[in-house]
Design a binder for this molecule. Sequence first.
Ligand code: HEM
Length: 413
Amino acid sequence: MAPSTAAEMVDLYYDPYSFEIDENPYPYFKRLRDEAPVYYNEKYDFYALSRYADVLEASKDWHTYSSARGTVLELLDVPPENLPQMIIFMDPPQHSRLRKLVSRGFSPRQIDRIETQVRDIARRLLAPFAPGDTFDLVQDYAALFASMVIGQLAGVPSEDLDILRQWGEDNLTIEEGGDSFKTAEVMKGKGDADALARRTNIGDYFKSLAQKRRSEPQDDMISAIIDSRIEGDDGQTRPLTERELLDFIMLLSGAGTETVSRLLGWAGTYLPAYPEQFDAVKADRALLPGAVEELLRIEPPTPVQARVTTADVTLHGQAVPAGSRVLLLTGAAGRDEREYADPDRLDIRRHAKHVSLGQGVHFCLGANLARLEARVAIDELLNKFGGWAPHPDRGERIHTSTVRGYRRLPVTV
Ligand code: HEM
């Protein structure tokens, strides 16, 4: 049902599938915040919340804004039984039980322990390059780095890591206009033969890896999860089902690689665009954690999270009926002038809160890891080359319904 104010918004259009809007969504986001904080899109039948306070509140209110139908717009009409059994697509209490089990591996202590290994991966990837070289910051460094780190943590053999990366990209890429959504089609059993086969192959790959770890456990996350018990609906503990295990591994590989690659791409353009701040970071690496938070605020790698309402809601005088599809625009929230002074300006000393890693029960499970990876990846680039100059005009953006950023970004070091 369209809201009564729809007619007033004829010239204000937002849709997450438009490549043109995706190129620079911020002018659209500003208008949404100012003119239509509860925006309704008739074409795709969704509402969008864009103000920081609204996105924050809705993210925390899982009772009303449910994740159980999925958190990606085009997946919301996939039959629930076909959706992957991932914590990101669950509400409590099911979510809480699974999250408790998997979160042990992501505690600050566990993540601090792997800093040396993470640093070593960064150094190995930078080894082939010398000062004066031009290489692709995203493809030659960030994407490999992110998949190697998550692969090592999860226990995926290094020779198979390309499979993880390919899976992430293939499954998320959309085509202009949003008429073709490969993943959603596949989950409805309607995808083209290639896409269906690819998904089956990846499923088979992880199935056989899990079987190997069952018979010969290693010191890795897959083995630890296989060995853990979860509380079932009957109050008894049980191991994860094979599907729960496989879907979790798939979630880690997707969520852990695509996001970090995008964040490092944004670091590649933003830091050099603010020379005083870039120089300050070069001279004092203690500024890096603050820089990473500010990059997350100003260019969230995942700018849109979908929900479905479980009850009628009225917000800013606008009725949103139960069962509505709602997009929480974290990308718009991070630039809300109601929350941040001069929001379009990078300020690594801002030390502001943000919603770019989510909030509430779904707060990013990999947040500690993502922060460590970003800090170390930038630190090692600076240690080796002292800086870089990006060439965004020769770069290429990735178009997916979940992440936003560079697919390729040449830099000269
Ligand atoms: C810069 C990097 C990252 C960004 C911007 C990011 C962003 C987010 C956001 C916004 C959410 C909440 C989604 C929602 O509310 O629906 C989330 C959840 C999640 N993230 Fe991340 N993420 C990043 C890195 C990672 C990494 C490295 C991993 C894994 C190793 C990871 C795993 C997850 C998982 C498993 C969830 C679901 C948590 C739950 O539902 O309880 N993320 N992430």
